[in-house]
Design a protein around this ligand. Sequence first.
Ligand code: PMP
Length: 355
Amino acid sequence: MKELWSKRARALTPYIPGEQPRERKFIKLNTNENPYPPSPMALAAIREAACDTLRLYPDPECTNLREVLAASYGLKPNQVFVGNGSDEVLAMCFQAFFDPDRPILFPDITYSFYTVYADLFGLTYRQIPLDENFAVPREPFLEENGGIVIANPNAPTGRAISLSGVKAVLEGNPNSVVVVDEAYVDFGARSAVELVDCHPNLVVVQTMSKSRSLAGLRVGFAFANENLITALNSVKNSFNSYTLDRLALAGAEGALRDVGYLRATTMKIIHTRGYTACRLKSLGFQVVDSSANFLFVSHPDVAAKTLLDGLRERGILVRWFDKPRISNYLRITIGTDQEMEALCAALAELLGKEG
Ligand code: PMP
């Protein structure tokens, strides 16, 4: 009964996010959420906003939040854009910077939303294969294109690109916009934010969902020169000028002010990641080098889908992608030490090994 749908809606294959079970009985290592609560400063700010100002519309310009973001990252407020999660910021980038007549380039194994957005907005794209170690090759991103989107670290592989790699892509593409999606950058990759001032074609997109434990609040942001920010604002204001609600604005500002908490929780996750990688290797897993809050792993003896199902039966959710080349891999979010212990014990049992 799709006759009443537009042709574009009929052709869409929407992105299906990882399972969000209603019961909390699972150990949830499937959607790269942070296992630690948000900063106490973020929670206090949300509580205060809930009591004081919910009666009023939020500031459509998100002025305070943009000022705090600018001060935190060494930029000016007119170089900052905010949105309802970085998924929305990315959607606005696709609308603001890309045209249907020239293909967008992105890696062939990357965040699946990029193809979804390109299809949704009627854009063309070309996917560039990763090399045999899942690294993003440089040369193909210098070919003729209408824009580039690169996740750094990449997802679901977790591999990072060096700053000089990002710079080479920017310098080789002066006539197209390069969007660097840094959703996981705080877990060990080098941010390209410092390049914003001298590269007018760069947009850096980040989120509060991962390193700042605020996935439920939906706050994403972008850094770019003023000209590109103006384009993003014109798309946003044509859609919904009240982008963020008052609770999101307050929570995001509170989280940004608590630098010590961000450092402590990300260091903890990086430490747990290293320990978990060693444990998985000792169970025979191949583990891709990760700069993110997840590991991308495969086992030579047991199919990833079998492990996925076995873990689920044992109350542990991880992510599996039914896609060529990566169908024997699992993406495992780094949780608390106890959660990773439970994961390793369950995997050892499934593999018939000592934990
Ligand atoms: N980019 C990448 C690479 C991601 O993995 C995600 C999370 N699924 C996002 C962006 C979007 O995150 P959010 O909308 O929660 O900011």
